[in-house]
Design a protein around this ligand. Structure first.
Ligand code: FES
Length: 140
């Protein structure tokens, strides 16, 4: 019966290979978990706001599902994004326009820039009335 003696070098090599195998399996598990992660559905870009007749002339309605305000003026419906063009905070509607709570940019009631640091006005969003009389807001 032959007995092989493991040298210190053999032991270290065996340990090194075992550690490499464990690390490889752990990495492979991470890759598999990443690849099996369900992708998110595309973000919604159309929103049914309900009947146009529910929004009285002269109203300015901050929407609950979308960071936007719906404006019903004498010329019809329009909408402004409430996402600050500076760094993306949600601006607040005030009695004389909009104010960003993050860095203080101010916008006039029509969304135009009053003072920065933002360098652009609020983004106008498209609003249409469909054949059933519902307002459809487009964000994309
Ligand atoms: Fe609005 Fe900076 S994010 S002013």
């Amino acid at each position: 019966m032959s007995q092989t003696k493991m040298t210190r070098r053999d032991f270290l090599k065996l340990t090194q290979n075992a550690l490499l195998a464990v690390c490889g399996l752990a990495g492979l598990g991470g890759v598999l978990r990443y690849l099996s992660y369900p992708s998110q559905p595309p973000a919604k870009t159309e929103f049914d706001l309900g009947l146009a007749t529910d929004f009285s002339p002269g109203s300015r309605t901050v929407l609950s599902d979308v960071p936007a305000v719906l404006i019903h003026s004498q010329v019809g419906f329009s909408a402004l994004s409430l996402v600050c063009p500076h760094l993306g905070c949600t601006v607040n509607m005030t009695s004389n326009g909009f104010t960003c709570p993050c860095h203080g940019s101010r916008f006039l009631p029509d969304g135009s820039l009053r003072n920065g640091p933002a360098s652009h006005p609020l983004t106008a969003l498209r609003v249409e009335v469909n054949s059933e009389g519902h307002l459809i807001l487009f964000t994309g």
